[in-house]
Write a protein that binds this ligand. Structure first.
Ligand SMILES: Cc1cc2nc3c(=O)[nH]c(=O)nc-3n(C[C@H](O)[C@H](O)[C@H](O)COP(=O)(O)OP(=O)(O)OC[C@H]3O[C@@H](n4cnc5c(N)ncnc54)[C@H](O)[C@@H]3O)c2cc1C
Length: 293
């Protein structure tokens, strides 16, 4: 199938892009790497009157590490970030997660911002961004605003980004002190979307857990923090975190997620795997944090 006819716009500046978008927001889409949008247009899952290709806008392909966090422009490709030594040093969790996104050819074109805006519930980066307290900058004709990761995702493929807004930059916050991490997912083949995945972050202070993040993905309509599970770890000495406590936390995650039952996997399987990955991921994150302490 081919897309329905559209007008192809190639703005040279973000202001121009925002102006074109603002002239007919409900009938326009931004094109970045095209790794999701082009197939959706071809399948007519999405139809547009205006396709706004931002690839010719200079200066949007930056990747910077600042204060331990990572700042990525709207045209930085997955591979730009994955291959950055500075990013690997600052946020190895992000580098590790990127290696699970599709295949190298797709990561050569696909952008970090595009992955977040696409908001596939089984995608890796939205969960990492949420776990790392991310935020992004969105621009419209009316100005710019900041949207936090925890207020961005509404449901599958739906976000709080307004149709007249173009995202210019996304930020992943740095971790502090003795913070360990893990990225776990189960896929049918390497490079597939996750059947279930879990991102964890654990920070230790004086040997006890001062902060924990548990963010499953692929097991609901969007990535979410399971705060009821996180709280069970707070204040507990790392050396006292035994199998019984990890089982309890994993059970809380399995109970909290809301997975789909589809041709790829059953709801029960995904729920079970979310718990298994939580348990495994937390053990790794705690060991990692202890080594950094
Ligand atoms: C075979 C295959 C396997 C894949 N496997 C995975 C996988 O395992 N995990 C995974 O996460 N993804 C996977 N993907 C999807 C893909 O990696 C990402 O969704 C894609 O890279 C998104 O970035 P993009 O730049 O290509 O976005 P595009 O396709 O250009 O756009 C995606 C959406 O984001 C919007 N958008 C993009 N940039 C902006 C912006 N600056 N401002 C406002 N809106 C914007 C577009 O309008 C569109 O709605 C796979 C894709 C393919 C083809």
């Amino acid at each position: 199938m081919k897309p329905t006819p559209f007008t192809y716009h190639v703005p040279n500046t973000i202001d121009q892009a925002a102006r074109i978008l603002g002239s007919d927001p409900e009938n326009s889409r931004v094109l970045a790497g095209g790794q999701s949008l082009v197939s959706m247009l071809n399948l007519r899952l999405v139809t547009v009157g205006n396709l706004i290709d931002i690839n010719r806008i200079p200066g949007l392909d930056y990747v910077r590490v600042e204060a331990g966090g990572v700042i990525v422009g709207a045209l930085a490709r997955h591979n730009d970030v994955e291959s950055s030594h500075e990013v690997r040093r600052a946020l190895p969790l992000l580098t590790s997660a990127l290696s699970h996104v599709a295949h190298s050819q797709i990561r050569n074109r696909g952008t970090i911002v595009g992955s977040l805006c696409h908001a596939d519930p089984a995608a890796e980066l939205p969960a990492v961004w949420l776990a790392l307290d991310g935020e992004l900058t969105a621009q419209s004709e009316g100005g710019t605003r900041t949207i936090r990761a925890d207020e961005f995702f509404i449901s599958s493929f739906t976000t709080t980004l307004e149709p007249n807004e173009v995202v210019t930059e996304v930020r992943f916050s740095g971790t502090t002190g003795a913070t360990g991490w893990s990225f776990e997912e189960v896929t049918k083949r390497h490079g597939d979307f996750a059947l279930a995945g879990v991102v964890t972050l654990v920070t230790l202070k004086n040997g006890a857990v001062s902060s924990a993040r548990i963010v499953p993905f692929g097991v609901g309509s969007k990535p979410i923090r399971i705060t009821s599970a996180e709280q069970q770890l707070l204040g507990v000495s790392a050396s006292a975190i035994d199998d019984a406590l990890l089982d309890q936390v994993a059970a809380a995650v399995s109970a909290a997620v809301d997975p789909a039952n589809d041709i790829h996997a059953s709801e029960e399987y995904r729920r079970h795997v979310a718990g298994v990955l939580t348990r495994r991921g937390l053990r790794r994150a705690i060991d990692d944090a202890q080594q950094r302490a």
